[in-house]
Every structure is written in C-alpha cells, then in structure tokens.
Design a protein around this ligand. Structure first.
Ligand code: FES
Ligand SMILES: [Fe+2]
Length: 347
C-alpha cells in the first residue's frame, strides 16, 4: 500500500521514550526511537545493514546505539560511527536512514518524505489540548490490527456509538440530533449541539448540580493523515463550554503496516484535575471503548475483508457514510499530488 510521505506522522507519546530503545514499525518500515545523551529524541532505521539484526535489541552508548549482534554503532543521524575489529574506513553503505523527529506537545512527530520539506511549522497544533494547564490528559497507546483508514472511519462515524458502545454511551436524542459538517482546506469538522437538555450520566456525575438543564456538545475535527481532535461535554444551558464538564480528546493514527495501525489517544478533561478516582473512570472508559469495543470490532472487520482494499469490495455506502468517504478521497488526492510532484522532480 502506498502511504503519504510528505507529512508529519505521530510516532508515539514522548512519555513512551525513556532511557530504553524503542523499536516500532511505522509505514511498513522498522524504526528505532531513542534519546541521545542530551535527551533529544531521535529516529533512525531499525534494521542493522550488516546482517539485519533489529537495532532495538542493542544498547545505547552516549549518542550512539550499538547493535547487539556484532557491535557496530550508529549515531542519531543513522551514520555508522564504529565497526569493531575492522581496519580501514567504514564502508559508505554501512548506515541506516535518519528521520526528522520533533517532540512537541507530548507527541513525537516523524517525517518519512522529502527531508527538505520537513518543516516543523506543518505539525498540527495540539497545544490547546495537550499542553494546557486547565486540562489533565491521560494518554494511551494500542495497536489495532486493521488498516488505518478503517480506524479513521470509526472515529469520524458517531453512529456506531449507539450500538457498539451502547453499554457506556447512553443518551436519548443524541444520535438523532442535527449535526453540521464543515470543510476547510483538508480539514473536516462535525459539530453536534443539543440545547437545554438533561445531562447524560457520563457527565452528570461531575456537574455541580446534575439536575440543571445543559447544552450537550460534541465536535470532531479531522486533519490528514489521521489527526482527530474532539471536544465533548455538557455545560449549563447557555454558558461557555469551559463552564461545564469538558472532555477535548485527541486521537492520533499512524499506519504500522497495510493492515495494522498505531493508535495514540489522550482523554482530556477540565474537572477533578488531581483526582485518582476521575483518572480511574477515564482509564476504564478508554479500556472498554477503545480496547474492548472499537479494537475488537475493527480487527474483526479487517479479518472479514482479508487483504482486499475497502473500495474494491464495493461496500454499500449510505449518505451518512459521506464524511468517511471524504476522508479517504482527501488522502487519495494528497497521495496523487505527492506522486505527481515526485515524478516531475525525477523527470
Ligand atoms: S547485524 Fe548488526 S552488527 Fe552485525
Ligand atoms: Fe468507537
């Protein structure tokens, strides 16, 4: 499968990268993530060019990583800096790729495309949700054995909530409520607002007075390649969103392979900031909704599809599927443009 390359992908949460080496397959490539002696996050190819040992099995020596098999060392740019017991210069081919990597707003962003285009200003700005003292954000990482577009379909499609997540997402009238879809550039946003209603139990227990009428809102914003910013909550009717219970989540997707996806999520909240009970409620929600329900269903869907592309199976799509289709079309359009620009540079 062809992946878009000239774009920043999430490679993980910064908190996942400590003193240890972290091997991860991203866009079908083995990548090694590590911190150099200064603590700066680095990304290089994860397979030793000598006899192909995975470099994450090795050891860190200052700014370099030593392969566990024969001791060759590679620095944070991918250059081989030591070949033990070998005289003469290090062969030119003895290196692994080095990838631009930026740590920002608690996320590690990696670039697989043309290095000259790797402008950090293009990284999505998640600071409002992830680096904001008015919120607490609980992060998690899972791998879903399904193509990343199937995972994106799931995140943009609110309707599955009333069935797949019926055990935890109750609320009469929500799914029938009118919603507005906006497109700006490549960004797609869906807004739902139910005014002057009863707070659903998931929010009511955190409101100062659970019986007062509320405005119940959800916003989902998508940006390519798989950046979802949510804003869900209830606020006393007519009040600003910050006046009530607000959960502006973040969901970041990075393809692992054609049929598996790294899913990095953050549950963010503006209430009970330093409260282990609220933390536990949030973790429980993540475990049930993302791991026991979405992941299980998406993996079953991928299994049912085999390795055949989604559209080649001629899915029977309804009007309500238009937004998910728009996401796929946007990705294809970006891919076509990228391939065209590569060809024009090559010719
Ligand atoms: S396989 Fe890495 S040094 Fe030989
Ligand atoms: Fe879901």
């Amino acid at each position: 499968m062809a992946f878009l390359r000239d774009i920043w992908y999430p490679a993980g949460w910064a908190s996942e990268l400590n003193d240890q080496l972290l091997g991860r397959t991203l866009l079908d490539q083995m990548v090694l993530l590590f911190r150099d002696a200064n603590g700066t996050a680095r990304a290089i190819g994860g397979r030793c060019p000598h006899r192909f040992a995975p470099l994450h099995l090795g050891t860190k020596f200052g700014d370099a990583v030593e392969c566990a098999y024969h001791g060759f060392r590679f620095d944070g740019t991918g250059r081989c800096v030591l070949v033990p017991d070998e005289e003469g210069p290090i062969p030119g081919g003895m290196r692994v790729p080095g990838y631009p990597l930026v740590e920002r707003d608690r996320v590690l962003w990696i670039w697989f495309g043309d290095v000259d285009k790797a402008d950090p200003a293009l990284i999505p700005d998640l600071s409002e949700r992830l680096s904001n003292p008015k919120y607490v954000a609980l992060t998690g990482t899972i791998v879903i054995k399904a193509n990343y577009e199937l995972v994106a379909d799931n995140l943009i499609d609110a309707r599955h909530g009333q069935f797949l997540h019926a055990s935890v997402l109750k609320g009469s009238g929500f799914y029938e409520a009118p919603h507005e879809i906006t497109h700006e550039g490549h960004t797609v946003q869906i807004n739902r607002l139910i005014k002057n209603t009863t707070a659903p139990s998931t929010y009511a227990r955190f409101l100062p007075d659970p019986t007062i009428p509320v405005d119940w809102f959800t916003t989902t914003r998508w940006d390519p390649p798989g950046i979802f910013q949510l804003d869900n909550g209830c606020t006393p009717a007519g009040c600003d969103r910050d006046a009530g219970v607000r959960r502006p989540g973040v969901h970041l997707l990075c393809p692992e392979t054609e049929t598996s996806t790294h899913y990095f999520y953050a549950s963010v909240r503006n209430y009970n900031l330093d409260d282990p009970v609220a933390d536990e409620a949030s973790r429980e929600w993540q475990r049930i909704v993302f791991e026991e329900q979405d992941k299980v269903m998406l993996e079953a869907v991928q299994q049912a599809m085999g390795t055949t592309d989604f559209l080649s199976l001629h899915p029977v799509l309804l009007r309500a599927d238009n937004t998910a289709t728009r996401l796929r079309n946007t990705m294809r359009e970006l891919l076509r443009k990228e391939e065209a620009s590569r060809k024009s540079v090559a010719s």
